[in-house]
Design a protein. Sequence first.
Length: 240
Amino acid sequence: MASSVVLASDPSPLQYFCVTDKASPVLVNGFVCKNPMDVNAEDFFFSGLNMPGNTNKRLGSNVTAVDVKKIAGLNTLGISLARIDFAPYGLNPPHTHPRATEIAGLNTLGVSLARIDYTPFGVNPPHTHPRATEILTVIEGTLLVGFITSNPQNRLIFKVLNAGDVFVFPQGIIHFQFNRGHKKAVAMAHLGSQNPGRIEAKDVFGSNPKIDASVLAKAFQVDKKVMDYLQSRFGMDNNN
């Protein structure tokens, strides 16, 4: 008589991002990672999604794909984006994506979507999605966007986006958007999870029950009165 135990799981990412190193001669299933210290905002950026595609084709449709070939920072993040243009009576013919879901019934399918509206000088404050990578597409206006890499570098990767620009925020990384213009702005966020979650930086000051202010004062190396003030600002009663 014998018995055994078998454990299986999907692999978890070992890094927050793995930007494609297009110059590497190494062949792997996917792409080799660039040195993280050589990564910059351009690796997570694409421009021109507001430009119409050429529909003067037999089927009367055109697909502009924004995938890892267009944005090197999408490598290993499990999400991509596309614009589809249709001429009158144009057709995107019957097809399948063997490795991806398009939005329909989202339960178990691993994607979601959000529209974000910004007043002049409005901000989507620093936050993280613990279960999803985000692809942000600016529809209208101008946004300053950015994210902070993990310890020990804590580098700020940022970019100014205009209509038609696309930017990627890797899963689990703190990121933000700010409307630096005098007009409203609109963006669409595409997320690689049906339930991406959201944790804002200010949540540490607005927990229920409160974290002892002495703990936060020690962690942030400030006077306890500063933490008392922040908790009064961001407590559950003021968390709107």
